[in-house]
Design a protein around this ligand. Structure first.
Ligand SMILES: Cc1cc2nc3c(=O)[nH]c(=O)nc-3n(C[C@H](O)[C@H](O)[C@H](O)COP(=O)(O)OP(=O)(O)OC[C@H]3O[C@@H](n4cnc5c(N)ncnc54)[C@H](O)[C@@H]3O)c2cc1C
Length: 300
């Protein structure tokens, strides 16, 4: 890279509570926003050159950052964009920049008559974050349509990774499990199918109505625990009377027991302690070992 290339704008001591959906998390030593994949790459290369730890954030809707913040550089991807790459008998391949907001992409693709990602309309995350956690809803899931992703290895080398290499299982991937050396997702490609735009939009409206009915409106990280085999984590937690349980400002949502909400002044420690309490209570009283869907990162 030449010496004239613009350097990323770096903030210091940026509160991560501003960048996570549950609105907790202490300061990142350094923080930058990447508006496109060139800026994303550049920020990663800066951290690599300095030997500094870094972490990519999308919308912060599946992650709880500790009250101690993050020692290193947080790179928030708002690299947005959706484009058709290829169209043939097998379908239409579209490419989404890593920071593309899923609900926006789902609606836009629907109006273009492209089906397959409409389940993402109620998921407040990015295309990159969805790959890491194999996000899904309403019978649709990332693994179903994803073809490949472009990313960077820990050495900063560009790598194209196939669906198979991402080892998708329920709400996880080889990236999330640390089995694949791909800490940075730059772009993702999905193979979609042509369908009547009104039919796709109709499904979207149904999904949004269901969200409104079932989902808490307070800040949260969405579903806290993965569903254990044969049941729903929320039903199990509710059956033990845990709705409304509180630690500090964190509470098991009275509307949906698998959501831990921030009632206004929660700390990350409150959220984590409540997660631990729910897990321990469920194990003790029902024998089921719940696994978290959300990730805890940073300093605790
Ligand atoms: C109200 C609510 C409802 C939700 N409903 C659902 C649902 O129905 N289904 C579902 O699956 N999930 C749901 N979620 C969880 C969450 O929205 C998804 O997991 C989403 O895919 C996370 O995307 P994100 O951009 O917010 O990722 P983040 O939370 O920012 O990051 C998650 C992980 O991915 C990594 N990451 C993010 N972007 C990149 C990148 N570009 N390169 C490398 N690593 C990256 C992060 O480092 C972190 O490890 C919900 C959350 C909320 C708050």
């Amino acid at each position: 890279m030449s010496g004239t290339v613009e350097q990323p704008v770096i903030e210091t001591r940026e509160p991560l509570s501003k960048h996570t959906s549950v609105k907790v998390g202490g300061p990142a030593d350094r923080f930058t926003v990447a508006k496109n994949s060139i800026e994303l790459e550049r920020a990663v290369r800066l951290a690599l050159a300095e030997g500094a730890p870094y972490l990519i954030l999308g919308s912060g809707s599946n992650i709880v950052m500790g009250d101690g913040g993050f020692r290193g550089l947080i790179i928030k991807s708002i690299s947005r964009g959706v484009r058709v790459v290829e169209e043939d008998d097998a379908g239409t391949e579209v490419e989404l920049e890593s920071g593309t907001f899923l609900p926006t992409a789902a609606k836009r693709l629907a109006t273009q008559g492209l089906a397959g990602l409409e389940w993402g309309v109620g998921i407040p995350g990015t295309a990159g974050g969805a790959v890491v956690g194999n996000a899904g809803a309403y019978g649709g899931v990332t693994v179903d349509t994803l073809t490949e992703v472009d990313g960077l290895t820990s050495e900063g080398d560009l790598r194209v990774v196939s669906n198979e290499a991402l080892g998708f299982v329920y709400r996880s991937s080889t990236i999330k499990r640390g089995e694949l050396d791909l800490p940075v997702v730059l772009r993702v490609r999905h193979r979609l199918r042509r369908e009547d735009p009104d039919a796709i939009t109709g499904r979207i409206q149904g999904f949004l109505a269901e969200r409104k009915r079932k989902q808490p409106t307070e800040p949260s990280v969405g579903s806290t625990f993965k569903n254990p085999p044969g049941t729903h984590a929320g039903i199990l937690i509710e059956s033990l009377g845990l709705k409304g349980t509180r630690i500090g400002g964190a509470m098991v949502s009275p509307k949906h027991a698998n959501y831990i909400i921030n009632t206004g002044n929660a700390t990350a420690a409150d959220v984590r302690s409540l997660v631990d309490l729910v897990r321990a209570t469920v194990l003790e009283r029902s024998g089921v070992a719940l696994e978290t869907e959300i990730e805890f990162k940073g300093e605790w």
